[in-house]
Design a protein around this ligand. Sequence first.
Ligand SMILES: Cc1cc2nc3c(=O)[nH]c(=O)nc-3n(C[C@H](O)[C@H](O)[C@H](O)COP(=O)(O)OP(=O)(O)OC[C@H]3O[C@@H](n4cnc5c(N)ncnc54)[C@H](O)[C@@H]3O)c2cc1C
Length: 281
Amino acid sequence: MDLDIDTVRIARTRADCVLRPGEAFLGGGTSLYSEPVPAGVTGLVDLTGLGWEPWSVDGSGLRVSATCTLAELEVGPGSLGGAGTLRGPASAGPYRALGIVRECVGALSLSAKVARVATVGGNLALALPAGSMIGLFAALDARAVVWTPDGGSREVAVADLVTGAGVVALAPGEVLREVRVPGPVLGQRTVFRRASLTPTGRTAAMVTGRESKRGPRIVVTGSVSAPHALYAHDHDMLDRWLDWVGSDVGWYEDTHGSVAWRAAMTRRLAHEALEELGGAA
Ligand SMILES: Cc1cc2nc3c(=O)[nH]c(=O)nc-3n(C[C@H](O)[C@H](O)[C@H](O)COP(=O)(O)OP(=O)(O)OC[C@H]3O[C@@H](n4cnc5c(N)ncnc54)[C@H](O)[C@@H]3O)c2cc1C
């Protein structure tokens, strides 16, 4: 742990979220406290002091606060979604879309101890290709609510929030407040697939998907530096799109998987996901 900073302020009100020179936001600190302090950062503003309700659900949909921990997400919305697609048939209940929450939390290479403090907002804002909250909430058509430093707020689709590896569409001083999943999405069927070099290794390719009126929605993360999504009407269309991703976007490469392996795994997982969502042959 490298804690070469001068101050930690605990935010209690929105006014406390206005950053002073050299300050950055602190979620659970599992990344910030495990890496050298980012250049120029001399102070942290702890968002967990705001006391936001971790999550809530009503007729308009699901809201998950940025400070909701991954453990809270798993036992809360994750339980509403039932057993999950890998462990049995997805529930047909009003929250069946949330059946992939547990798999998405499990896709992070975190111990239970880290998952108890790591936050959903931190995972999105960190914007790692292996950030499984990105694929989860992009598949659920979630919108991120962002507090702007002038006291206003704006919304952006989670699928558009992350624009590159470690690059997020947040201006300096903007706080990720929450993500909102629309009510009608909650009853839709979802699917999850993931590949890593070892069973507990970091995610190298992840495909999440959801049935929708526009056709099966397929979201690819992990093997690309930012999420990419398609309404795939059939397997040929999916193949053409994956060809385009490979040639025009490019597959991500690091120690967790080569380009060729990631490309092959993503194609396999994406076709499996489409098959499960009932895409035409
Ligand atoms: C052993 C280990 C394994 C890990 N495995 C993975 C993995 O598989 N995949 C993965 O993606 N990550 C992984 N991580 C990194 C990290 O733990 C997670 O991404 C975690 O979800 C980050 O959340 P946090 O709340 O701890 O973020 P923090 O460390 O508090 O913050 C991370 C970044 O997000 C910013 N931030 C936090 N909250 C907000 C907000 N509400 N608004 C604006 N900016 C904000 C911070 O300023 C900082 O830049 C791992 C970490 C460890 C220690």
